[in-house]
Design a protein around this ligand. Structure first.
Ligand SMILES: Cc1cc2nc3c(=O)[nH]c(=O)nc-3n(C[C@H](O)[C@H](O)[C@H](O)COP(=O)(O)OP(=O)(O)OC[C@H]3O[C@@H](n4cnc5c(N)ncnc54)[C@H](O)[C@@H]3O)c2cc1C
Length: 452
C-alpha cells in the first residue's frame, strides 16, 4: 500500500468532478455529510466543460423536463446569467461550457463540499469486500482518504475497476469496440446570421443564435454534404473528416460555434493512454483542416479563427460496471418502468459507430412520442463490492442502452441519486445493496426530482 504524506477521513468521497460527480457531491453535502470531491483537472464539469460537450441533448415530454432536481437548478442558474437558454422546444440544456465551470463551483462550495483538484486515483483500498478509501497521487505526493462511502463518477469506472468490480466495454458484435470518440472545438468571430442565411439558402435547417444547429453525415443527403465532398475533391479535407460534421451555437458566446467533431473511429479505448494521445493529436490535425474548409467554403466564416480545442478527448463509452441490474436495450425500447427508478429518459439509442460507414444504417430506436423509460437504482450498485456506488456513463447498462442513457441530464440525475443514496446509507448504517430503492425514489421525488 505504500507510505502516505497525509491521511483524511470523510463520510462520502466522490471521485471525478464531472457531469455526475459534481451533482453527487452537492446532494451528499446538502444532506449533512462531510463530502470530498476529487478531480484530476483544475476545474469542474468533466466532459461538459473539458470536452466542450454542449448543448445537453433534449430529455423532455411536452416541454416538461424528465430530469429535474439539481440538474434543472444548474440550468436555471446558467439561464439567469445569460449563459444558458431554454429553447422553444423545451430543452433547457443549452449552455456556455466555460461559465458552467463557475456555476458548478459556486454550487459545490455553497453546499460545503471540499474539493481536491489536480489529483488522480492511484490506489483503491479494499478491506473485507468493501471500498475503505482511496490513495490519490498529486503534486503534494500521496494522500490517503478513508471514506465511509465512495462514489465512482470517473466516467471510466476507474475506482470500480481498481477495486475488482466486473465490467463490460464495447459493442457486442465487434470484438468489444467502443463508440467513436470526438475531439471538439470552437470557432470564433463567425458571422452567425450569414452562416444561418447560407444554410437556409441551400435548403438546410439552421435556426438562429443561440439555438443554431447544422449537421452532415455521409449518405444522409443533408444540404452541406456536397460542400464537404467538394472540399475532399479539392484536397482540403480527407474523406473520413466528413464522416460526421455538426455545430451548435452557444448561449453567452455570440459569434461562436461549437463543433461536435472531428470524429475518431480507430484506437478508441478511452482507458488506454496511447489511444487518448493518438486521438488528441489526430483530432487537432483534422481541426486544422476543418478551419481551412470553413473559412474557404462557408460564407460567414471568412474572418473566423479557432478559439479553443477541447482539453479532454470526448469519450462516449468505455467501462460499464456489472451492477445489481443491467439496463438492456429492450428496457429502453419498451419504455421499462421500475419501482426503484432514479431517473427517466426518452433519449433514443444513439451509437456513434466505431466502424466507418455504419451511420448510413442507423437505428436510433426512438420511443414513441410521449413515452419514456426509467433507470433503476440497482444500475448504480456494483454486483460485488460494498461501500461503493457508481454514477455517470459507466453505470450498469448494455452497449446499446448505455448509448441512450449517457446524455448529460441523465448523468446528473444518476449523480443526484448516488449522492442521496450515500447519505441515506450512512444515516441508516446500510450498504448500498441493502438500501431500499423505493425509499430513495421517494426522497429524490421530495427533493424535486421528476419521479412521481
Ligand atoms: C463527443 C461527445 C459528444 C456528446 N454529445 C452529447 C450531447 O450533445 N449532449 C449530451 O447531453 N450528452 C452528450 N454526450 C454524452 C455526455 O456528455 C457524457 O456521457 C457525460 O457528460 C458523462 O458524464 P460522466 O459524469 O460520466 O463523466 P465526465 O463528465 O467525463 O466526468 C468524469 C470526471 O472524472 C474525472 N476523472 C476521470 N478519471 C479520474 C481519476 N482516475 N481520478 C480523478 N479524476 C478523474 C474527469 O476529469 C472528469 O472530470 C457526448 C459525449 C461525448 C464524448
Amino acid at each position: 500500500m505504500g507510505n502516505f504524506d497525509d491521511s483524511i477521513d470523510t463520510d462520502v468521497l466522490v471521485i471525478g468532478g464531472g457531469t455526475a460527480g459534481v451533482v453527487a457531491a452537492i446532494a451528499s453535502a446538502r444532506m449533512g455529510k462531510r463530502t470530498i470531491l476529487v478531480e484530476q483537472n483544475g476545474f469542474l464539469g468533466g466532459t461538459a466543460t473539458a470536452a466542450l460537450v454542449t448543448p445537453m441533448m433534449a430529455n423532455h415530454i411536452n416541454r416538461l423536463p424528465l430530469n429535474t432536481g439539481i440538474c434543472e437548478e444548474i440550468n436555471q442558474r446558467l439561464e439567469r446569467t445569460g449563459d444558458g437558454a431554454l429553447a422553444s422546444d423545451g430543452n433547457s440544456g443549452w449552455f456556455n461550457p466555460e461559465k458552467l465551470k463557475f456555476v458548478l463551483e459556486d454550487l459545490v462550495l455553497e453546499a460545503g463540499v471540499e474539493c481536491i483538484y489536480y489529483s488522480f486515483v492511484h490506489e483503491v483500498l479494499v478491506d473485507q469486500g468493501r471500498v475503505a478509501g482511496i490513495v490519490l497521487h498529486n503534486k503534494s505526493g500521496k494522500l490517503r482518504i478513508n471514506s465511509r462511502l465512495t462514489i465512482d463518477a470517473s466516467g471510466d469506472a476507474d475506482v470500480a475497476f481498481k477495486a475488482g468490480v466486473p465490467f463490460e466495454s464495447g459493442n457486442p458484435f465487434n470484438e468489444g469496440k467502443n463508440q467513436a470518440m470526438s475531439m471538439r472545438f470552437h470557432m470564433g468571430q463567425v458571422d452567425l446570421p450569414r452562416v444561418a442565411a447560407f444554410i437556409r439558402s441551400i435548403g438546410g435547417y439552421c435556426g438562429d443564435y443561440p439555438f443554431m444547429h447544422a449537421a452532415s453525415v455521409w449518405g444522409h443527403n443533408l444540404p452541406l454534404e456536397p460542400l464537404l465532398r467538394k472540399a475532399v475533391d479539392d484536397g482540403i479535407l480527407e474523406m473520413s473528416d466528413g464522416d460526421y460534421f455538426q455545430f451548435f451555437s452557444v448561449p453567452g458566446r455570440p459569434g461562436e460555434l461549437a463543433f461536435n467533431c472531428p470524429r475518431i473511429t480507430e484506437r478508441v479505448d478511452g482507458t488506454n493512454v496511447f489511444h487518448l494521445t493518438d486521438a488528441a493529436q489526430r483530432g487537432r490535425r483534422i481541426i486544422a483542416r476543418f478551419e481551412r474548409f470553413l473559412k474557404a467554403y462557408i460564407p460567414g466564416f471568412e474572418e473566423s479563427y479557432i478559439v479553443m480545442t477541447s482539453q479532454m478527448v470526448g469519450v462516449r463509452e468505455s467501462r460499464r460496471i456489472v451492477g445489481s441490474y443491467t439496463l438492456s436495450q429492450n428496457d429502453v425500447r419498451q419504455g421499462a418502468k421500475f419501482e426503484d427508478a432514479i431517473a427517466r429518459s426518452c433519449y433514443p439509442i444513439d451509437v456513434h459507430s466505431p466502424n466507418r460507414g455504419d451511420e448510413q444504417k442507423l437505428d436510433f430506436g426512438n420511443l414513441p412520442e410521449g413515452q419514456y423509460h426509467e433507470i433503476p437504482y440497482r444500475c448504480l450498485v456494483p454486483m460485488v463490492m460494498d461501500s461503493l456506488l457508481v454514477a455517470g456513463r459507466c453505470i450498469s447498462a448494455d452497449f446499446h442502452a448505455q448509448s441512450a442513457i449517457r446524455i448529460e441530464s441523465n448523468c446528473r440525475a444518476f449523480g443526484e441519486a448516488a449522492g442521496t443514496a450515500a447519505a441515506l446509507c450512512i444515516d441508516h448504517g446500510l450498504e448500498p445493496r441493502n438500501l431500499s430503492g423505493i425509499l430513495l425514489r421517494k426522497i429524490l421525488y421530495e427533493r424535486g426530482c421528476n419521479l412521481l
